[in-house]
Design a protein around this ligand. Structure first.
Ligand code: ATP
Length: 373
């Protein structure tokens, strides 16, 4: 199982050959600057038995930077990521409440420039808070209604707005394939001793093909066919489908039944925010922006101006994002080590930041997690 999973992702893991990985660090705005150091410290503290060393490159991006320089994503940052980094961690960007001329989100631009077509968002319950959940939403990130081909016109004196929903066979195959690889990868991490609700991998394809029979019909058929045609590789995955409205209902009623959920862009956007609400705090939910050659780990939360500078931001979303990044770089063992250390911290009631009802600081939580390696 493990070897099949490793070969699905770009870089092969070799515990025999010590290797230095260069990680780009893009703190961005607000608490991004407080949590990115958590990712760095945790990677640096990984046991040497994994044969990995890290060097870090500090990179600029964000709304604060835009206010100072007029540029939200400097070319130097893109250049460094594409030429000298093996992976990256992105903190957060503040979102201006009204449209600011010339500004657009640097993470959205990075996803495009680096071909990061999948947004991967695992959600795992914190012990004792809410219902048990251990799922990942894999959201297609390049098409659907988000291609922004909209128009407004007037007919019979009434305004009419239209937006194109584009689903292509190419992009759907790509997202379906990576979702299946993730299902196998999660199984491999489970087998390395990570705690989990699931015994085997399950894929749930989300769609609305009962109404949108052409566009969502293509999404559903494409993934189903790919799965059926690649049983040699994906046969251990249980294949299921859910119409998106019943997906929402079931995700809140019985989230424990879902493992890997793959969805077109719009449904994926909504489902992943909904899923984050199942686990108590945004401060524990990681994500990764993934393409065929690169992964950027990114906590799901924003710049949280209300807690900035207080030293109480929960670092767990970023720490889990660093582990996710490692998974996509082809290093499941150290990723599993980080997940277990985080789970162990969350199981105990002692060292938690205030968003989880504790009194500890960001640094105390980082230290407690590192101590568990
Ligand atoms: P932005 O404008 O950047 O999106 P926001 O405050 O609207 O910022 P988030 O940053 O996602 O959105 O924060 C939403 C809420 O969750 C805030 O009350 C924030 O304090 C809390 N929060 C977010 N991240 C964390 C974290 N890592 N630790 C603790 N609380 C957090």
């Amino acid at each position: 199982m493990l070897s099949a999973t490793r070969s699905s992702f770009k870089r092969a893991y070799s515990s025999a050959a010590p290797k230095t990985l260069t990680i780009g660090l893009i703190p961005g705005d607000g608490i991004g600057r407080e949590v990115i150091p958590a990712g760095k410290q945790v990677l640096e503290a990984l046991p040497s038995s994994y044969g990995l060393k890290f060097q870090f490159t500090d990179l600029l991006a964000g709304f604060e930077l835009f206010k100072k320089t007029g540029v939200a994503l400097p070319e130097d940052t893109v250049q460094a990521l594409t030429t000298s980094c093996d992976g990256a961690l992105f903190g957060a960007v503040s979102s201006p409440t009204t449209k600011v001329e010339g500004y657009s989100s640097p993470i959205v631009a990075l996803r495009k420039k680096l071909g990061l077509y999948a947004n991967v968002r695992p959600v795992k319950s914190v012990d004792g808070i809410g219902r048990p959940v251990d799922m990942v939403i894999v959201r297609e990130n390049t098409e659907d209604l988000y291609i922004k081909e909209e128009k407004l016109y007037v007919k019979d004196g009434q305004k009419i707005a239209e937006a194109i929903k584009r689903i292509s066979e190419n992009a759907t195959t790509r997202i379906g394939k990576i979702a299946m690889d993730i299902a196998l990868q999660r199984q491999a991490v489970r087998e390395l001793g990570g705690s989990s609700l699931h015994k085997g991998p399950i894929l749930t394809v989300t769609h609305k093909s009962n109404v949108l029979s052409v566009s969502d019909g293509l999404f559903r058929e494409t993934i189903k066919n790919y799965y059926t045609e690649h049983q040699d590789k994906y046969g251990s995955i249980q294949y299921t489908e859910q119409i998106v409205d019943s997906m929402v209902y079931r995700m809140f009623r019985e989230p424990e039944i879902f493992d890997v959920v793959v969805a077109p862009n719009l449904y994926g956007d909504i489902l992943s925010d909904g899923a984050a609400a199942l686990v108590g705090s945004l401060g524990v939910v990681p994500s990764a922006n993934v393409g065929d050659n690169f992964a950027i780990g990114e906590p799901c939360h924003g710049s949280a101006p209300d807690i900035e500078g207080k030293g109480i931001s929960n670092p767990i979303a970023t720490i889990r994002s660093a582990a996710l990044m490692l998974e996509f770089m082809g290093y499941p063992e150290p990723a599993a080590k980080i997940y277990s250390a985080v789970d162990a911290n969350l199981m105990e009631d002692k060292i938690k930041t205030p968003d989880l009802g504790g009194k500890s600081s960001t640094q105390e939580v980082i230290n407690d997690i590192i101590k568990r390696f």
